[in-house]
Design a protein around this ligand. Structure first.
Ligand code: SAM
Length: 455
């Protein structure tokens, strides 16, 4: 693996950079494999895999001694964990130390560059059901993978959108927290993706830098006064990192926020050259993770917060609330049901209110949990309900063996022993995989065909 000389030259003076060990780690080592547990689904004391250590900055992050075949693990399909590079999990430092949960009973969070959903699923785990995450991806072809991962994760307090950052500009002062995991030149992932080396060039870095400026400038108005912006990249280039942070100070009123880190973790604290803003760098020769950069801003500009006009809804929705609540959905907090044509959705009240407000401004691809279609004979449940934390605990379940679970995920027929007919949840290690309808002499497999396991 040959690291571009121009990149090495550009980072010579970055605090914590040691060329020899940096090159060594790229030549000699495979990147570590790490997962983040979905504690809302996997609440067992033991982990789904043998672990080779904890990710010290993330309470749900674990290293694995080798990379298993995740696609052959039903628990991955069930959303019991997310496979995520460890350095990126440092987002938890911000949510643990800086996000004002104690002061506000409901926060609005935007993840602007969200696909495939690593940061969004992490944020969802750190938020309360009364908070709302808007998880946005501009590139249409990448929205589906984001929708899949968010659906698997199972949280109802989320809205997925497919918009350009400029579409957020009019939403003045709406968000308490923004995560901008910017598209970048990707040098931090060279070890994992050697192909990225071939695509790296100085003009490509410059193009990314210009795009990052545009993204930050477009999104900034939508942050509240005193709101928090977390800017991250997986690039080593100062022009996308510390210099971008200085660019923010040159154009906007903002303050530098810091997080506490433990020196033994190997995270390097740098400062932007012009404004001395504290930044965090992750070098793979110093941390057990890949290259990563993080800086945290607090907005120090007054903002005229936008107010959504009140909307009248639900007048004629005729939702069969009592029957839904009794059979399908457990009400863990204030839940709002919503009907669009014959499809039913559920979400916490705060998510619902934001969904109504954003309907005219953004291209919404998902809000809350789709419960299913309301038919003359009751609910035909949606896969999203099987994945969600809203599932009623009394729904009939059938536990599958590993071969049967894989067969189910391939959308093949599985034979189940059940004395009752009707809808039931196929589970693996007690975690729902999807819906089966037992008809007495046979069963129908309702696993979504577009999610089907292919081998
Ligand atoms: N946050 C994601 C995660 O943790 O899984 C990874 C995000 S990736 C680093 C950057 C994302 O920005 C990509 O999904 C990419 O499609 C999106 N993107 C590309 N161009 C963009 C633009 N002009 N504005 C906003 N997002 C863009």
């Amino acid at each position: 693996m040959v690291i571009p000389a121009a990149l090495l030259l550009s980072i010579q003076n970055v605090q914590g950079f040691h060329e020899e060990s940096f090159l060594q780690v790229h030549a000699a080592q495979q990147p570590p494999t790490s997962i983040r547990i979905n504690a809302a689904k996997w609440d067992k004391v033991t982990l789904p895999f043998a672990s080779s250590g904890i990710v010290p900055w993330c309470s749900t992050g674990y290293f694995l001694p080798q990379r298993p075949s995740f696609s052959q693990d039903p628990l991955w399909h069930a959303g019991a964990y997310y496979v995520q590079e460890a350095s990126s999990m440092a987002l938890q430092l911000v949510f643990d130390q800086l996000v004002p949960f104690a002061q506000q009973s409901s926060l609005k969070v935007l993840d602007l560059c969200a696909a495939p959903g690593g940061k969004s699923t992490h944020v969802l785990s750190m938020l309360r059901p009364t908070d709302v995450l808007v998880s946005n991806e501009v590139i249409g072809s990448r929205v589906n993978i984001l929708l899949e991962n968010i659906t698997r994760w199972g949280a109802a307090h989320t809205i997925v959108t497919n918009n350009d950052p400029a579409d957020f500009t009019p939403l003045q002062g709406l968000f308490d927290v923004m995560v901008i995991d910017a598209p970048c030149s990707g040098s931090g992932l060279f070890r994992r993706d050697p192909q990225a080396i071939e695509e790296w060039s100085e003009p490509a870095v410059e193009k990314c830098r210009q795009r990052q400026e545009r993204i930050l400038a477009d999104a900034w108005p939508a942050l509240k006064e005193d709101g928090i912006l977390v800017y991250t990249t997986c690039s080593y280039s100062p022009s996308e990192n510390e210099q971008m942070v200085d660019w923010m100070h040159d154009h906007f009123e903002c303050a530098s926020l810091q997080v506490q880190t433990d020196p033994s973790w190997g995270i390097v604290e740098t400062a932007s050259p012009k404004h001395g803003h504290k930044c965090y760098r992750f070098f793979p020769n110093l941390v057990r993770g890949e290259g990563f950069f993080m800086a945290i801003f607090q907005k120090k500009e007054p903002v005229q917060e936008m107010i959504f006009p009140k909307k009248k809804v639900n007048a004629k929705q005729e939702i069969p609330t009592a029957s839904l609540m009794k059979e399908w959905v457990q009400e863990t907090g204030a839940l709002q049901l919503y009907k669009h044509k014959d499809t039913l959705y559920a979400m916490p009240t705060e998510t619902y209110e934001l969904f109504l407000g954003l309907q005219d401004a953004l291209r919404i691809r998902k809000a809350g949990v789709c419960l299913g279609e309301w038919m003359h004979n009751g609910l035909q449940p949606d896969h999203a309900l099987a994945m969600s934390h809203l599932l009623h605990p009394s729904i009939h379940r059938v536990e599958l063996s590993l071969p049967d679970a894989l067969q189910f995920l391939r959308k093949e027929t599985v034979v189940v022993e059940a004395s009752t007919k009707g809808w039931m949840l196929a589970t693996y290690e007690a975690i729902p995989l999807g819906w089966i309808k037992h008809l007495g002499n046979r069963t129908n497999n309702y696993y979504p065909k577009e999610w089907r396991l292919r081998k």
